[in-house]
Design a protein around this ligand. Structure first.
Ligand code: HEM
Length: 312
């Protein structure tokens, strides 16, 4: 239906508000599957959108994203202007491993069973076209906290500003309504984190733990996480991203499945570089002394309109 807007319809999961449960499916495509995959992926994106309407009571949402290294194979006709592989940063024992994946299906709602049903449906539709590389189930922990015990997402963009931050606009009209997606699965060293004092933990983040209050500027260590990630560009504008991260884990390993959605890859890349390489004076992000990324992938989540048109 024509809403009277020129903006293509985005996939609802990109900017959705937080949920209780997430389910992430990462796939690699079979060779020669492209013509069928273009069609099936568009149908899955439309189905996720329809399911969001049908399951509004559990705040269901989702999106499909295509890996940077697979994009040209799937859609040889056109490429988002800034789509590029996950950046490779490494210094001392700090590393951001890169694991290119072809397809990312992001499913979330406030019901574990609804997510499970949706994932079954997605896998059923993709049968024979892909191999499942990784599945991660994430959950809300307490009042939106990471497993470190700190509230995560406080400085995320709010309300309609989420769309401004996360969705490509007129600057790349063919891909308007799409979003650059970066994922990293972090594994926390919980015993090590719990062995330091609450004050040391707070100095590592740059906020207080229980009340989640931001440190005053003069009290923020140059090595704290929010100092290293709150960056401005050359014109003094905040380099914002929309974080959709959630905790995951079992009794074997625990951590954060980090997800950034943005209208440009530049902001995430600059933040990750600042965490690992620091400020040029040895001030890297000390959160990385307690958690390590074990995967890292770059995707683009196109608009529903792009996916339907490209499916032919
Ligand atoms: C802020 C946790 C990784 C970007 C925060 C906050 C916490 C947190 C507790 C403060 C509250 C808030 O504003 O959300 C974590 C954990 C991570 C992680 C546990 C990994 C294990 C990352 C990565 C990036 C990132 C990889 C980007 C490359 C940001 C940004 C902010 C933030 C932009 C807001 C800074 C501000 O403006 O104050 N994170 N984070 N985080 N994080 Fe992370």
């Amino acid at each position: 239906t024509d809403t009277g807007s020129d903006m293509p319809r985005e996939q609802g999961g990109v900017c959705a508000e937080g949920n209780l449960h997430g389910l992430y499916l990462l796939f690699n495509a079979e060779e020669q599957a492209e013509p069928t995959l273009r069609k099936v992926l568009a149908e899955i994106a439309v189905w996720l959108q329809a399911s969001a309407d049908q399951n509004a009571d559990s705040a269901f949402n989702g999106f499909v994203a295509i890996g940077a290294n697979y994009w040209d194979t799937l859609y040889p006709g056109a490429r988002p202007q800034q789509l590029r592989p996950f950046p490779s940063f490494e210094q001392d024992d700090r590393k951001a491993p890169v694991q290119p994946v072809d397809i990312f299906v992001h499913i979330r709602s406030d019901r574990l069973d609804i997510n499970h049903i949706a994932a079954m449906e997605v896998c059923h539709r993709l049968k024979g076209l892909v191999q499942l590389v990784e599945e991660v189930r994430s959950f809300r922990y307490l009042d939106n906290r990471d497993l470190t015990g700190f509230v995560d997402g406080t400085e995320n963009p709010q309300g309609s500003h989420r769309r401004t931050v996360a969705l490509v606009g007129d600057e790349d009209a063919g891909f308007a309504g799409g979003s650059y997606i970066h994922t990293q699965r972090y594994q926390h060293q919980m015993a090590r984190w719990n062995s330091i004092s609450q004050k040391q933990q707070e100095d590592t983040i740059g906020r207080t733990k229980v009340d989640n209050e931001e440190y005053a500027s003069q009290d923020k260590p140059l090595t704290c996480h929010i100092k290293r990630t709150n960056l401005k560009d050359a014109d003094g504008n905040s380099m914002e991203i929309l974080r959709q991260s959630m905790p995951y884990g079992d009794m074997m390993e625990q951590g954060l499945f980090f997800i950034s959605c943005c209208r440009t890859p530049v902001h995430f890349e600059a933040q990750l570089k600042s965490m690992i390489h620091g400020d040029g004076h040895g001030h890297y992000d000390h959160l990385l002394n307690f958690t390590q990324a074990v995967t890292g992938s770059a995707f683009f989540a196109p608009s529903l309109d792009f996916m339907e048109q490209a499916a032919g």
